[in-house]
Ligand binder design. Sequence first.
Ligand SMILES: [Mg+2]
Length: 188
Amino acid sequence: MKPHFGVDVDGVLAHHLPAMIEIVLELTGLSVSPDQVTDYYFAGLIARDQMEQVFTRCMERAMELPPMADYHLVNELPGAVTIVTHRPAEVAEQITKEWLHQHGIRYDGIVFTKGRKSETGRFDYFIDDAPLNALDLAASGATTYLMGWPYNRDSHFGEHDHRVVRVAGWQDVKSHLESIQAWPHRLS
Ligand SMILES: [Mg+2]
């Protein structure tokens, strides 16, 4: 059976951190460097309720987010791909689909969830950047690629750590899949 890949959007396909930092500056006047962001919710930098405003404003600019380097490898993943995002469907579904289309990203399914990503399907592999999602998915048995960002560099996953593969980008995902013979070599 073909493996099932789950793929997140922000921080995995869309390069969101510079936009978030820009919005933090606009909303709070606080100038933050990427290295200072040691927590997914900018803890220690801005209040949690302000962070919700940052996420909301980020969605208003979702079309402008640049894709991550080598993001096109998502179209070569050797299996079925379901995009699974915590972006709120009510404001982000249309714009997210348009953005994916604009960048030529193909997928077999797309899910907008407010709950645990592991409950949206049975995944063999998942690519995400948020530590809580990585823990959830690794605990569910998925091999979980964690895209490296300043806000997840100190994350640990306890007994599930062995299922979390830290990657610097999409090329690393491909290399790891090749190393476990899960990326078929094609004659060209
Ligand atoms: Mg994300």
